[in-house]
Design a protein around this ligand. Sequence first.
Ligand SMILES: Cc1cc2nc3c(=O)[nH]c(=O)nc-3n(C[C@H](O)[C@H](O)[C@H](O)COP(=O)(O)O)c2cc1C
Length: 396
Amino acid sequence: MRYLSAGESHGQKLTVILDGYPAGVYIDPSFVQKELIRRKVGYGRGLRMQIEDDKVNFTSGIRFSETTGAPITMEIENKDFKNWIDVMSPFAKYSENRAIYRPRPGHADLAGMIKYERKDIRDILERASARETALKVAVGSLSKILLAYFNIKIYSVVWEIGGKGIDWKEGLKKILNKKEDIEKLHNFAEKNDLRMPLRNRKEVYNAIDMAKKNGDSLGGVFSVVVKGVPIGLGSHIQYDKRLDSKLSSNLMSIPAIKAVSIGGGVFSSELSGKNFQDAIYLDKKGVYRKTNFSGGIEGGISNGEDIIVTCFMKPIPTLLTPLPSLNFKTCKAEDAVYERSDVTAVPACSVVAEAVAAFTIADAFTDKFGKDTITELKRNYTGYKKMLAKLWKKFI
Ligand SMILES: Cc1cc2nc3c(=O)[nH]c(=O)nc-3n(C[C@H](O)[C@H](O)[C@H](O)COP(=O)(O)O)c2cc1C
């Protein structure tokens, strides 16, 4: 499976074409819509999210609610476009209205304007904007629909924002040691606008309010867990077939994600081999581990355990009290420009990361079990499970 996205933050619309999605999958558009609403929420987000309704328009690849195997096109109108027609229409008359000449540190602004030889930095920031993550969520929701046929489910929780909340090392260790149930944490977190499995969140709200007051911004840490992934997705045989490599690369493609840890990767340098590797056991249901420091992937292949990834998001780069920069029009040192912005977007980012993880696993799943139809996938998956059951029986 692959997708190609297009569209600018304040352009007419966002468009994505998802290719390689199997035929015969029943699509409920209301599920896609619900996922997009999940991305919009989050304490500390800017006004833009109140303007956009992120309504998805499906224009190809689906008939009578079933996928046909043809590329699926999804479009999301930017409601704010009506305020930007003179600036963002492809053939509008040239104007310096809303042109930007002072790059914002932490954005693609400076490197992008030089690379593409653009005078107006808007040419860069409109496309670099995380508005594109709405499309990632749309693709991810179709991936989740496919994975649900095979009882593969995705969960996520935010641990920390600006260093406040739940100590992410403690939270993650409980999951790696199988002392905490991610589904329970996720269900709790889903009910609050920080997406945190924490009853008293006052400190976090205060930190976000304080950052806003100071013209500052915050980043944070969250984990995504995929349950029900069978043994054997991805491969050790080539660098670009490794599941851990695909997962981390795709997650790093989310703007502002600066580190991705698989399982206990972040602890790997401080633990000994005996404490890090997950011993292999077998019961009636099959092979299992008592710990999951490998995060469900060994040698680039899923091992049947939950896939666990933890992502680290940097503080939002646009600042209400901007940092020193340069004015490329006057050729003088000046502070960076301010463009409407979130103070933090960690809760939204965790929803985007769920979507990206879903896409990555769906891609690997169809790689192994068939890409053409849902019936082919079911047939092959059932056969595979029977083969495994036979194998485990030999030990008992
Ligand atoms: C859901 C989400 C929302 C974001 N919102 C903003 C924002 O409002 N303002 C901003 O400056 N950056 C925002 N970012 C981060 C920037 O898009 C990102 O830092 C920037 O494009 C530079 O990319 P890099 O941090 O990966 O180098 C957001 C990121 C995500 C995932």
